[in-house]
Design a binder for this molecule. Structure first.
Ligand SMILES: Cc1cc2nc3c(=O)[nH]c(=O)nc-3n(C[C@H](O)[C@H](O)[C@H](O)COP(=O)(O)OP(=O)(O)OC[C@H]3O[C@@H](n4cnc5c(N)ncnc54)[C@H](O)[C@@H]3O)c2cc1C
Length: 348
């Protein structure tokens, strides 16, 4: 049994803590619960095969992440009795027209060979998109991927915290101050956007992202709708009967403010009207999260000193990547074989 201190209880720290505690180690986790925590603001889309990003190490991580989700979620829900909100209703990727759709379909379908968890992948005509997602506009054709999933970040954190404590971990809702708090064993920093306070390489920058939560006023009741990757970087996720979130804005900033911006509110509300043209939109809330990035948009997982380990820079796919990372980091620290090669993620 080893002793670990984890600083940061977002999805990264909580996943690592959970897997280490489950392996029988003595783990203490500090979480300051900063406003802007990325995990709580996240849309929770688990569908890495749709992305056009080409980096192979990133792709290996996020596809392993998506593959691990169903098993991981059913095990932690059974252990803790906490529902994570995980569902696999599939994902529709929309395209501007049929010519672009053909290219998109080829790109997405080609990934199926090495990712059978994608399930069925097929094209949807405009009216078929509407049949599958009745509130949505019928302006665009799409590609449907059956294995696309969605998780509720805040609920997953609740389950991880309960599982961590169940396995003997100590969770402290407080700031970790190195000169004041005695850290035992290896210290794992998963402090997201706030890593700048520790000053370890690589530099972690952050993007401020906003998501609008709203209800559609429409006689047709829709529940269990697939996730929608709309045009550009826009997505729509269903959050309960006739409730959705639309996002997201990206703004690189040094500010840690989490005040919603009026401009982004209007922008996202406008988009909600565009994608749900037949419904009245009633805004529920605006969520603001600070997404941690490295300069190269790659996660950094590795040592920063003899007793210091970093897991950060998870960017836009941290919810997808973190559970498998937690499992694999625990195996790595236990000197067990891992599926991921950590040299690929500790590039400094
Ligand atoms: C709007 C939005 C949408 C997203 N959508 C998706 C998506 O669809 N799919 C997907 O896979 N990913 C998505 N992401 C990305 C994902 O949410 C992040 O990559 C992930 O949550 C990062 O987790 P983290 O644990 O590194 O950081 P965070 O969740 O930000 O957690 C860091 C924690 O560290 C704590 N902390 C910092 N310093 C200290 C200290 N000194 N002492 C104690 N605690 C400290 C903070 O309080 C915080 O709780 C989205 C993110 C945002 C913002």
């Amino acid at each position: 049994m080893n002793t670990y201190t984890i600083v940061g209880g977002g999805i990264a720290g909580a996943s690592i803590g959970y897997h280490l505690a489950k392996d029988g180690h003595k783990v203490t986790l500090y979480d300051r619960r900063d406003a802007g925590q990325a995990t709580k603001a996240s849309a929770g889309i688990i569908a890495p095969w749709i992305s056009q990003k080409r980096n192979k190490d990133w792709y290996k991580l996020v596809t392993a992440g998506a593959r691990y989700y169903p098993e991981f979620v059913s095990s932690i829900e059974a252990e803790t009795g906490v529902s994570t909100g995980y569902k696999q209703e599939g994902i529709i990727s929309l395209f501007k027209d049929n010519a672009v759709l053909e290219k998109g379909y080829k790109r997405i379908y080609s990934k199926k060979e090495n990712a059978p968890e994608m399930g069925d992948v097929y094209k949807l005509k405009r009216h078929e998109v509407k049949e599958m997602h009745p509130h949505l506009t019928d302006l665009y054709p799409g590609v449907y991927v059956e294995g696309g999933g969605q998780i509720e970040g805040a609920n997953l954190l609740k389950a991880l915290k309960a599982g961590f404590i169940h396995h003997g971990g100590t969770w402290l809702d407080k700031d970790f101050v190195p000169d004041h708090d005695h850290a035992s064993g290896l210290v794992i920093y998963s402090t997201g956007a706030w890593a700048i306070e520790q000053g370890y390489a690589p530099t972690i920058e952050h993007q401020r992202s906003e998501v609008l939560h709203f209800e559609v006023k429409n006689d047709q009741k829709v529940k269990h709708a697939p996730v929608v990757m709309a045009l550009g970087p826009i997505y729509l996720v269903e959050l309960g009967e006739n409730k959705y979130a639309i996002g997201t804005t990206h703004e690189k900033t040094e500010s840690f403010s989490t005040e919603p911006s009026v401009e982004n509110y209007e922008y996202l509300k406008d988009l909600a009207h565009r994608y749900f043209p037949d419904s009245e939109i009633e805004v529920i809330d605006m969520m603001v999260g600070l997404k941690p990035f490295t300069r190269d948009f790659m996660p950094y997982i590795g040592y920063a000193g003899e007793y210091t380990f970093i897991a950060n820079g998870l960017g836009s796919t941290g919810l997808t990547a973190s559970p498998i990372l937690g499992k694999e980091i625990a195996r790595y620290l236990n000197n067990q074989t891992t599926v991921l090669d950590f040299d690929d993620y500790s590039y400094i």
